[in-house]
Design a binder for this molecule. Structure first.
Ligand SMILES: [Zn+2]
Length: 267
C-alpha cells in the first residue's frame, strides 16, 4: 500500500485477504494507518476497525512526507492527542466493565507520549525532521502496544465515538486528525481532564477545529453531542465517560459557548 490512510488501509485489507506480504509506504502522516495492524473499514457509514496484519516493512521517505500538504501531516498529531481522552476512558473502563484489559505501564507510556507531543509541538507544526521522527516513533509505540494488548483503548475511546457520530450526523467524511481534535476538545471538557492542556496543544499545533474549518454547522455539533450516548449504545461501542454520566442540554450549551469563545467563532 502506498499513499494516505485510505490507500494504506486498502493495501492492508487486500494483502490480508489475498495472503500476500505487506509493504507500506505512507506518503503523509495524517493517520497511523501504516503502523496499525487493524484496517479502518466503513460499514453502513460507520468506521469500524477489522483485521490483523503486520507489514514486512514501513518505508518513510522524509522528503515525500514533507512534500505532502502541511495541515495533513499536522492533523496526525490530533490523532495522537486522542491518547489524552482515551487513556482516561480506559482507566474508567477498567474500573467498571473491564471490557479492555488495563495496563498501568501502557497508561503511563501514553502520558509520557503526551508529554513528548507537547515538547515537539513546534517540530510537528513545521514538519521538520524531528517532527516526522517523533510522529513515526509515537505511531510505532501505539501500534506495537496495540498488537500486544489486542486492543487500542488508550488511543481510541470517547473521542473516537464522537468522531463516528459526527460522521453519522453530518453524512460526510472528515480529515481524521482534524475531527479527532474537535472530539478531544469536547471529551476532555466532559471528562474534566486536562482540558486546558488539550486546548493549548490544539492551538499551538494549529489544527483547525472551527465550525468553518470542519465544514459543519453548530446545529450538527449540538446534535452530535446530544445523541452521543444513544449512538454509543446503539453501536455497542466500548464503555467510556459517555456511558458514565449524561450529556445534558445544559452542558452542551455551556460547552459550545466555551468552544466558540476559545476559537473566536461568532454567531
Ligand atoms: Zn484515530
Amino acid at each position: 500500500g502506498m499513499g494516505g490512510g485510505l490507500a494504506i488501509d486498502a493495501g492492508k485489507w487486500i494483502a490480508e485477504h489475498l495472503n500476500k506480504k505487506l509493504h507500506s509506504v505512507p506518503t503523509v502522516l495524517s493517520v497511523n494507518a501504516a503502523f496499525c495492524y487493524k484496517s479502518a473499514m466503513r460499514v453502513n457509514n460507520v468506521v469500524t476497525y477489522m483485521g490483523r496484519i503486520f507489514p514486512e516493512a514501513i518505508y518513510i521517505d522524509f522528503d515525500i512526507i514533507k512534500g505532502a500538504p502541511k495541515h495533513l501531516n499536522v492533523s496526525g498529531a490530533g490523532d495522537l492527542l486522542a491518547c489524552l481522552t482515551a487513556s482516561y476512558d480506559w482507566k474508567l473502563n477498567s474500573m467498571v466493565t473491564k471490557s479492555h484489559k488495563f495496563s498501568q505501564e501502557i497508561y503511563d507510556g501514553a502520558q509520557e507520549l503526551l508529554g513528548l507531543l507537547a515538547e515537539n509541538v513546534d517540530n510537528i507544526r513545521e514538519v521538520n525532521d524531528d517532527g516526522i521522527y517523533f510522529m513515526c516513533e509515537a505511531y510505532r509505540w501505539v501500534a506495537e502496544h496495540s498488537a500486544i494488548m489486542n486492543h487500542t483503548m488508550w488511543e481510541s475511546a470517547s473521542e473516537h465515538a464522537f468522531f463516528d457520530n459526527m460522521e453519522f450526523v453530518c453524512k460526510k467524511g472528515f480529515l481524521h486528525g482534524q475531527i479527532i481534535g474537535l472530539a478531544v476538545y469536547f471529551m476532555s471538557l466532559f471528562q474534566d481532564n486536562q482540558h486546558t492542556r488539550a486546548v493549548m496543544m490544539l492551538k499551538r499545533l494549529g489544527i483547525d477545529i472551527t465550525l468553518k474549518g470542519l465544514g459543519i454547522t453548530e446545529d450538527q455539533l449540538r446534535t452530535c453531542l446530544l445523541t452521543l450516548r444513544e449512538f454509543t449504545e446503539r453501536e455497542g461501542l466500548r464503555y467510556t465517560i459517555i456511558n458514565a454520566k449524561p450529556i445534558t442540554p445544559e452542558w452542551v450549551d455551556m460547552a459550545i459557548s466555551k468552544y466558540k469563545k476559545d476559537f473566536n467563532i461568532d454567531d
